[in-house]
Design a protein around this ligand. Structure first.
Ligand code: SF4
Ligand code: SF4
Length: 388
């Protein structure tokens, strides 16, 4: 496991102890997708779980009951202006229809399974129906993020039941759940309970960055033989989403999000409705201790800086950081070579910054080069590639 670093900091020592709820915002904002048709009209009542938009067999469902107020252009999605449906909450959580609980979720056929996860949008990753291995990533990608750790902690029996069912439905030979060996409560809990599920192998990986990134984890956990025989890669969030769909036949209405950074009172993990405005979430769940902050979403090290808190929480939001602005600006490169020697995929970030046409497709956007640079050179705008 070369080219990975152990990241330390005050925020880590303040790991939250419990999940708090923020499930009753006054308004929700559901981004309108260009290739989807609307299924609802303005000024009409909507139930929780009612279809809002449709594209082929895929639907977007309302996470609350209330009234469709109309549309707005004032919200953003990853900094981009985005038209959103606005739903005013009636706080009744009135369901369109109640669904029962399916007892044995391992009895679905592959076809039924695929149809259900497509219709409820439970997982956007490819499922390799011929793969021999199922790899589940239960590691928070960012060292200051606790979202995956709390999903495992809060829903551990559901997670194990679902992974076991997935192994049966997909007919895989090996099922691996990878978690961080420093995630002590989950290590203890899962080690005690995984014995009930002989299909599942628990893999403890060292607490080094960026082990939680898809490509890096696959390379470090799967053998070359397992990779060439084919595999399916899912995150622990995908597993929880799949649980809700297989067990309750309902979409995902809420999710866990880490709120952290040195400009708020303390880090926390919040259970929040999808479609909540980040500004509402921060206002209701944190005390801002320093107004000179900037906002980063989905990881302090690898995340994206937001221009405003008027962004919407989506299925993909894992964390929001409010951090104090650093007055020391970028300095001249001192040619220490750290960025080059620490890049986990063997790139030379300094060379990429200076050569616009250089191939950067291997870059996983882990942000380690920016984090590690003593001259505070921000490489993020010069890189690219994937970010999984
Ligand atoms: S070049 Fe890309 S992969 Fe390499 S350290 Fe920088 S962000 Fe990470
Ligand atoms: S880490 Fe920063 S200072 Fe060191 S070589 Fe890279 S760009 Fe230059």
């Amino acid at each position: 496991m070369n080219n990975m670093v152990s990241i330390k900091g005050d925020a880590r020592r303040l790991k939250p102890t419990e999940v708090i709820d923020f499930l009753n915002p006054d308004f929700l904002y559901i981004p309108v997708k260009s290739d989807y048709e609307m299924e609802v009209k303005s000024k009409k009542k909507v139930y929780k779980g009612e279809k809002l938009m449709k594209h082929n067999n895929r639907f977007i469902y309302s996470p609350i009951s209330g009234e469709i107020v109309g549309k707005t252009d004032s919200m953003k999605l990853n900094n981009e202006d985005t038209e959103c449906i606005v739903i005013e909450n009636d706080f009744k959580e009135k369901l369109k229809k109640r669904t029962g609980v399916v007892k044995y979720i391992n009895e679905y056929s592959k076809e039924e399974f695929l149809e259900l996860i497509e219709s409820f949008g439970a997982c956007s990753r490819p499922i390799n129906l011929k793969g021999k291995t199922l790899l589940i990533n239960g590691i928070d990608r960012d060292p200051f993020e606790y979202t995956f750790s709390f999903i495992i902690n809060t829903y551990s029996s559901k997670i194990l039941e679902t992974i076991d069912a997935l192994a049966t439905i997909l007919g895989v030979e090996n099922t691996i759940l990878a978690i961080n060996n420093n995630d002590s409560e989950n290590v203890m809990n899962l080690t005690n309970n995984v014995g009930t599920y002989p299909n599942i192998t628990l893999k403890l990986v060292p607490d080094i960055y960026p082990i939680g990134f898809k490509d890096i984890l696959i390379k470090n956990v799967l053998s070359k033989k397992a990779i060439s025989a084919g595999y399916t890669y899912l995150t622990i969030q995908d597993v929880y989403n799949i649980y809700m769909v297989l067990k309750r036949k309902r979409a995902i209405f809420e999710k866990l999000v880490t709120l952290a950074g040195d400009a708020i009172d303390a880090p926390k993990v919040v259970n929040v409705k999808i479609g909540t405005s980040m500004s509402d979430l921060i206002k209701n769940c944190c005390t801002i201790t320093n107004n000179k902050y900037y906002v980063v979403v989905n990881g302090l090290v690898a995340g994206k800086t937001l221009t405003t808190l008027n962004n919407v929480i989506t299925e993909d939001t894992k964390s929001i950081f409010l951090n104090t602005k650093d007055p020391s600006s970028e300095k001249k490169c001192i040619n220490c070579g750290l960025c080059n020697s620490k890049c986990p995929v063997g790139l030379n970030p300094k060379y990429l910054k200076e050569h616009k046409k250089a191939d950067r497709s291997k870059c996983i956007n882990c942000g380690l080069c920016t984090y590690i640079c003593p001259s505070k050179i921000n490489f993020k705008e010069y890189l690219g590639g994937k970010n999984e």
